[in-house]
Design a protein. Structure first.
Length: 55
């Protein structure tokens, strides 16, 4: 699963969108320092990737 490829349902901010993954709504976070996907059905973290070191 690539978060970037999921269809967008709505945009909450520059880095946060709601997208669809196999019929589930997912909060998608695409930021310079991390990527994450959290389902709106139970709040499960389904994807996390740290991209850069923070200080």
């Amino acid at each position: 699963m690539k978060l970037q490829d999921l269809p967008t349902i709505s945009v909450l901010s520059d880095a946060v969108t709601i997208c669809d993954y196999q019929g589930m709504k997912v909060v998608r976070v695409l930021h310079d320092t991390a990527e994450a996907g959290i389902t709106l059905h139970g709040g499960h973290l389904v994807w996390f990737k740290l991209l850069a070191k923070t200080t």
